[in-house]
Design a protein around this ligand. Structure first.
Ligand code: HPA
Length: 250
């Protein structure tokens, strides 16, 4: 069955109580995706879902086969894609536990495949990436977050290489650059979706204060554990509103 709404789920995947129907393992010209494409139902609607870090959560951000993931979803009939990303926050106005829809990004990653067109015979294209996230899809995510009764932020997503977390000096630099949040996976996911012509936007859950920020009294890993657990209910409530809305319009 063709499923036109796609979901890419990051580190919060293991906690999501999804109702998974079929699983299809698609090999792509770029290799294997992180997981089979899972058909997940939300009431009467089904979406095609990939677990970004694998079904066993063992693929680190720099080793994710982003090209295979996006290609597999597209092959599966996905025509718009929502990503759920855990992020660290640099902004005390966006504390851990809260949700954001980033409106810009800065890419600090390196050595990741950023294009499907890497052969000499492909036409040279300089993709327009002025707006890295689809504006309409972002607005619909924000509307679903509000409808679920939560506040929503926006801001700049700084994409770091990982898999280690950042130093305080690196976070200071990201702040000077204008980043609101930091994560490791928005790139090259966003640009590959753009290359496929697939609207793509992120619903980010802040799961910790970035290095040297906040006064939680908890180390970063304890914050992550706590806020991922707390955020799961929020994300489910958002998806329960968002998925029917998106499925009704494709
Ligand atoms: N840094 C980078 N990526 C992250 C963080 C962080 O603090 N938290 C969740 N993903």
């Amino acid at each position: 069955m063709t499923q036109e709404v796609g979901l890419i789920i990051g580190s919060i995947h293991p906690g999501m109580a999804f109702n998974v129907g079929s699983k299809s393992s698609l090999k792509t010209p770029f290799g294997l995706p992180s997981s089979p494409v899972l058909s997940v139902s939300f009431g009467s609607n089904r979406v095609a879902c990939i677990a970004r870090h694998g079904e066993d959560s063992n693929i680190p951000p720099h080793a994710v086969n982003y090209r295979a993931n996006l290609w597999a979803l597209h092959q599966h009939g996905v025509r718009q894609c929502v990503a759920l990303n855990a992020v660290g926050t640099l902004d005390s106005g966006f504390p851990p536990g809260e949700l954001a829809v980033p409106d810009q990004l800065i890419d600090y990653t390196w050595d990741r495949k950023q294009t499907f067109r890497d052969s000499d015979t492909d036409e040279l294209v300089h993709l327009d990436f002025t707006e890295p996230f689809d504006i309409i899809l972002s607005e619909r995510i924000a509307a679903a977050v509000k409808a679920a009764g939560f506040s929503i932020r926006s801001g700049v997503y700084g994409v770091t290489q990982g898999p280690r977390l950042e130093t305080v000096a690196e976070i200071n630099r990201l702040e000077r650059d204008g980043c609101t949040m930091v994560g490791m996976t928005a790139m090259p996911e966003a640009v590959l979706a753009r290359e496929l012509g697939m609207p793509y936007a992120i619903c980010a859950l802040a799961v910790n204060y970035a290095a040297g920020r906040g006064d939680e009294g908890l180390d970063i890993h304890s914050q992550m554990e706590r806020y991922i657990t707390e955020g799961l209910g929020r994300l489910s409530a958002v998806l329960d509103r968002l998925v029917p809305d998106l499925c009704a319009s494709v």
